[in-house]
Design a protein around this ligand. Structure first.
Ligand code: HPA
Length: 252
């Protein structure tokens, strides 16, 4: 049986619509996750919820214990993770307000604990990461005709943060093929793969990336406005994806 989890990002530190039935203070071999895991019903489906920045949004991207988060979800029996991220838009299709379900990722982060294979247990596996996101989950997020536009391709560039990028950095990322930029996509996606969990990201574009939209600077007010306006549609999409996913036969 599949068990879904939602990892919330900026603008989703609490899942107001979750009817909570249990809270799990999980301890893992990698330490404590960002918050207590909440279990409950969301849009009629059983889910776990974990806010990656913590309940009060106090954890910056480079301080998140991604390994503990993924390990905690695995310990709770989660099989499928839908990760919500806020991003800047680089390509024309990724305008503020757009919802993107990327299919590739480039990692520009540094100094983060990024693997479960750190030599301690004398085990090592070089996991395949050619397709970093689970296509079955991407389809659940995407195949929702009649429910608004969604960008069904894209390359997520994961930067270190917490500062935003320079215009030149974004230009280089565009040359690399990035279409959106965020700070938390890695190592989360890779750790989920190492842990054997299905994983996909749905990204809400909350600003034009630095130097892209014709503005000299990025306004935090605009970012908060897009977060507030756009997150409801993202959550509806996530809810429908989980309902559909739970009614599918178990993947082989
Ligand atoms: N860059 C990096 N992360 C982000 C951005 C951005 O422009 N917007 C929201 N998260």
């Amino acid at each position: 049986m599949r068990r879904f989890a939602i990892i919330g990002g900026s603008g989703l530190d609490r899942l107001g619509a979750l009817q909570i039935s249990a809270r799990h203070a999980v301890v893992t071999a990698y330490g404590a996750p960002s918050a207590t895991l909440c279990e409950g019903l969301f849009a009629g489906s059983p889910v776990f919820f974990l806010p990656r920045h913590g309940e009060t949004h106090a954890l910056p991207p480079h301080r998140i214990n991604y390994r503990a988060n993924i390990a905690a979800l695995r310990q709770a029996g989660v099989t499928d993770i839908l990760a919500v991220t806020a991003v800047g838009g680089i390509s024309a299709a990724a305008a503020p307000g757009a919802i993107v379900v990327p299919e590739q990722i480039i990692d520009y982060t540094s100094g983060r604990e990024h693997t479960l294979y750190d030599g301690v247990n004398a085990t090592l596996e070089h996991v395949d990461f050619s397709q970093p996101y689970t296509e079955r989950l991407r389809r659940l997020l995407l195949d929702q005709p009649d429910h608004g536009a969604v960008v069904d391709t894209g390359v997520y560039g994961a930067t270190q943060g917490p500062r935003l990028e320079s215009a030149a950095e974004v230009k280089r990322m565009a040359q690399d093929g990035c279409t959106i930029v965020g700070m938390t996509g890695m190592p989360e996606a890779a750790l989920a793969r190492e842990a054997g969990l299905a994983y996909a990201t749905v990204s809400l574009v909350v600003n034009w990336a630095a130097g892209v939209g014709g503005e000299a600077t990025i306004s935090m007010d605009d970012i908060y406005r897009h977060l507030e306006v756009g997150m409801a549609a993202v959550l509806q999409r996530v809810g429908r994806a989980i309902t559909a996913g739970l009614s599918q036969p178990d993947p082989a």
